[in-house]
Write a protein that binds this ligand. Structure first.
Ligand code: ASP
Length: 316
């Protein structure tokens, strides 16, 4: 078992064996979660605080359930209503919480790099639940587990990531993870939604779904991240759906057994046709949610093991 990290801030610092360690342990937690009694004491006695400075449905619920199933004392901070509104800085809030001796801090923040900064100020394990357009490591890990279970492997697959790549932390973390595991990655979307210099990441770039989807094993769709757009990136949602929305006609270019993924929240009729999203023979969107709980249990379990093994640094 290889896992030498003190925090889970992104996919970037993880080695392929560390990724495999998380996924292998997550497989065991999938089994636990399917039992009548879903309980382990891996985090018993530990305190987990969830700090979400940006809205979240799936991710926050998933981290909460994951911590509770492992026996942690879990607290959700309502950050919208907190001292931040009164002008306290992120670091002051973190230091205040740190003084209450949490063991795991789960943080989502609208600014890229904010979670990393926070991790340098506390002496507990920090998990990034999404920072700006930078990284969303547990999303990429749950996607990887979903792919590995559906395809029987996580290497040498042709994987298309489609839509608003430029504003997506999900795309970034997935490109890093799937690249480390030696898959062939294609990015498909309008040039206005492609980050500049993206071809340097060892990916193929397409602006046409028919060409890009040809013979892929996995089709990963992304939401248009309107909250991060500061101008007109697409002519209209109708036009976007016509050219880039996944429907049966476009999916027919992928392999016959290609799976369809989406991190949620989904905009039906914008980036994906509702019937495709609900097609249990093609869509693994519900499996992604299930894998999310297991992957978060595995990540917190591994971080807690490392936390227990090392003396905690005392902050200056
Ligand atoms: N839920 C994902 C995220 O937090 C994707 C999205 O919001 O579209 O990045």
């Amino acid at each position: 078992m290889t896992f030498a990290q003190s925090h889970l801030l992104g996919i970037e610092p993880l080695s392929p064996p560390e990724i495999t360690t998380i996924l292998d342990l997550a497989d065991q937690y999938v089994d636990l979660n399917r039992r009548d009694v879903k309980h382990s004491d891996a985090l018993a006695g530990l305190t987990q605080i969830n700090m979400f400075f940006e809205n979240s449905t799936r991710t926050q619920a998933s981290f909460e359930i994951a911590g509770k199933r492992l026996g942690a004392d879990v607290m959700n901070m309502a950050m919208q209503a907190s001292s931040i509104k009164k002008g306290e800085t992120l670091i002051d809030t973190a230091m205040t919480l740190n003084a209450m001796h949490p063991d795991l801090l789960v943080v989502r923040h609208p600014h890229s790099g904010a979670v990393d900064l926070l991790s340098q100020k506390v002496n507990c394990a920090v998990l990034n639940a999404g920072d700006g357009r930078h990284e969303h490591p547990t999303q990429a890990l749950l996607d990887a587990l979903t792919i590995r279970r559906a395809k029987g492997r996580l290497h040498r697959l042709n994987i298309a990531i489609c839509g608003d790549i430029a504003h997506s932390r999900v795309a970034r973390s997935n490109i890093l993870l799937l690249g480390k595991m030696e898959n062939r990655i294609r990015l498909i979307g309008p040039p206005t939604l492609m980050p500049s210099g993206i071809a340097d990441f060892g990916v193929e770039v397409y602006d046409d779904m028919e060409e890009g989807l040809r013979d892929v094993d996995v089709v990963m769709m992304l939401r248009l991240q309107r909250e991060r757009m500061d101008g007109g990136f697409i002519p209209s949602e109708r036009e976007y759906y016509f050219r880039y929305g996944l429907d049966a006609e476009k999916l027919a270019f992928a392999k016959e057994d290609a799976i369809v993924m989406h991190p949620g929240p989904m905009n039906r009729g914008v980036e994906i046709d509702g019937e495709i999203a609900d097609d249990i023979n093609r869509s693994v969107i519900q499996e992604q949610v299930e894998m999310g709980v297991a992957v978060r249990m595995a990540a917190m379990d591994l971080l807690a093991r490392n936390l227990r093994a090392k003396p905690r640094e005392v902050l200056a």
